[in-house]
Write a protein that binds this ligand. Structure first.
Ligand code: C5P
Length: 220
């Protein structure tokens, strides 16, 4: 679980994963959902070296959680966690990468991902694009309408065999590829991960309005 971001776009005093929703930190909501799931045994959390909030979370005392140092960007944080996991696990074990900032992920969507991605060699949760998509120039002038048919928003969790994901991510970063999610590293390595449809409520908390939306989803 990458959780080493500063969350600057939130404009809050503390990183977004530590903001409170109904009296509980965002990261605690996320970890509780993951660790309550029957298919998930342990979680490795990547934390910033400047993080002073983790020890105060309810998750900090959970023996199923280990922490590692985060990296410069999300992909480096994920690679650090995969490196730690590779020490103690088989390369064929499955790993799910999930953003700390997505506390609304539904257990049934995790189950569907696990079932479908494990039968396919890997996959990611996402939702189809419903709006009309445009590409613009740097001045904001529309250049074209992008065909939205078969276009998806890629969310997390993203699930792959540990060894393959580690090696692909490491190689993609060494090659200077911009890796914004795990699937892009796997695609770069020649794989075709499966897109598994999940709920659109699995938002990533990024801006202040997202916190209100997450509050609403977590009260349902
Ligand atoms: O910034 P963004 O919302 O894309 O971050 C997605 C997730 O990656 C968050 O949970 C954030 O804490 C994490 N992250 C990280 N290391 C970084 C930057 C972001 O673990 N250097």
């Amino acid at each position: 679980m990458p959780a080493a971001g500063a969350g600057r776009r939130m404009g809050a005093d503390i990183p977004k994963q530590y903001l409170q929703i109904h009296g509980k930190a965002v990261i605690d909501w996320t970890l509780e959902t993951l660790l309550s799931h029957e298919d998930i045994e342990t979680v490795t959390v990547a934390l910033s070296s400047q993080d002073e909030y983790w020890p105060d979370t309810q998750s900090a005392a959970d023996h199923r959680i280990q922490t590692v140092a985060g990296g410069r960007e999300r992909c480096h944080s994920v690679l650090n966690a995969l490196e730690a996991l590779s020490q103690e696990n088989d390369e064929n074990d499955w790993v799910l990468v999930h953003d700390a900032a997505r506390p609304c992920v539904r257990p049934e969507d995790i189950s569907r991902l696990v079932q479908q991605a494990s039968a396919h060699g890997g996959g990611v949760l996402g939702v189809p694009v419903h709006d009309t998509m445009k590409r613009t120039d740097t001045q904001g002038r529309i250049l074209e309408t992008v065909e939205r048919d078969r276009l998806w928003h890629a969310f997390t969790p993203q699930m792959f065999p540990l060894g393959k994901l580690h090696d692909s991510l490491q190689a993609a970063l060494a090659a200077g590829i911009a890796v914004t999610d795990e699937a892009s590293a796997m695609e770069w390595a020649g794989c075709q991960p499966l897109m598994v449809e999940g709920a659109s409520s699995n938002i990533k908390i990024t801006r202040p309005a997202d916190l209100l939306l997450a509050e609403f989803y977590l009260s349902l």
